[in-house]
Design a protein around this ligand. Sequence first.
Ligand SMILES: Nc1ncnc2c1ncn2[C@@H]1O[C@H](COP(=O)(O)OP(=O)(O)OP(=O)(O)O)[C@@H](O)[C@H]1O
Ligand SMILES: Cc1ncc(C[n+]2csc(CCOP(=O)(O)O)c2C)c(N)n1
Ligand SMILES: [Mg+2]
Ligand SMILES: [Mg+2]
Ligand SMILES: [Mg+2]
Length: 321
Amino acid sequence: MGPDSSQDAQTVSQMGEFGLIDRVISGREQSPGTLIGPGDDAAVLAAPDGRVVATTDVLVENVHFRFDWSTPHQVGRKAVAVNLSDIAAMGAVPTGLLVGLGCSPDLPTHVVDELSAGMWEEAQQVGIGLVGGDMVSAATLTISVTALGDLQGRAPVTRAGARPGDVVAVAGRLGWAAAGLAVLGRGFRSPVAVVGAQRVPEPPYAAGPLAAAAGATSMVDTSDGLLADLGHVADASKVAIDIRAELLEVPQRLTEVASALGADARHWVLTGGEDQALAATFPPDRPLPEGWRQIGEVAEGSGVTLDGAVYEGTTGWEHWR
Ligand SMILES: Nc1ncnc2c1ncn2[C@@H]1O[C@H](COP(=O)(O)OP(=O)(O)OP(=O)(O)O)[C@@H](O)[C@H]1O
Ligand SMILES: Cc1ncc(C[n+]2csc(CCOP(=O)(O)O)c2C)c(N)n1
Ligand SMILES: [Mg+2]
Ligand SMILES: [Mg+2]
Ligand SMILES: [Mg+2]
């Protein structure tokens, strides 16, 4: 199902590529540190640190979002949020965004306006803007966002630095977006707390640089699911990660939604993606930075376990599975 076309009959093909580009770039403030752009062949950004952090995530209609579940504005916010969370997961702060948009010729231009407004709104949560992008014709609405970031003089926090004895901790919500997905998938539109989490994540942006400054040894954002994403840390670091069930909070709200749907709230917390919580490892015996809570420990070995046991079932989202 396409987005609502009732409020604006004008389509992207009627407006044309360059009209559409003018419309999304004009009247916007430049991202701080922008020397040129958008509007030239490429943007030029100052790189205060001398290094640039860069990441891309693509969102496709009916794979990552549906317009009968979310408004274009919410989709725009989410497309930016999932990219900003990868910048945070390196311990960096974002500096600019590039957005590739593929849309069908009959897409109403107001949908592009609202997507763009959502992207700008989320970007402005972290004080940046869009520095460029591209517009193409495509059979399926596709949004490709590239985020750039700055390490502010710190070392990047990779997936590969966890050491046996480290504490495993998380910042941000877990399981809420998965609960929202289950609710929407069954045709409901409430409770809004979980549906809202599926529509627009609230990544703990500041927690990434804070963790880096506090000496985090590894970090990842949980886009696919906590267990799946910690699996990448365990693999890259060549360690074992054990989650302690007693440390893992299962919010009452999720338990209520799960019982109404005949689902398992803890499964959402452990394996539901799209909340973009950050998971990191820290050296033991020192306080965790603000916003972080311990959920487990790093040990010698491999893989991710829950109270020492391998988790039965899928550990997170995987495309084509
Ligand atoms: N087509 C590709 N070419 C080169 N590198 C890629 C390609 N696709 C993914 N990667 C790289 O592989 C790594 C893992 O990608 P992945 O998309 O799983 O990470 P992520 O963006 O953190 O997770 P998610 O997509 O679930 O948000 C990243 O470093 C990513 O840049
Ligand atoms: C319509 C619709 N169907 C299913 C889902 C669930 N979903 C899609 S992608 C993804 C993981 C992250 O993706 P990626 O690895 O591409 O970043 C999840 C949990 C959704 N959001 N919307
Ligand atoms: Mg990705
Ligand atoms: Mg990502
Ligand atoms: Mg990531």
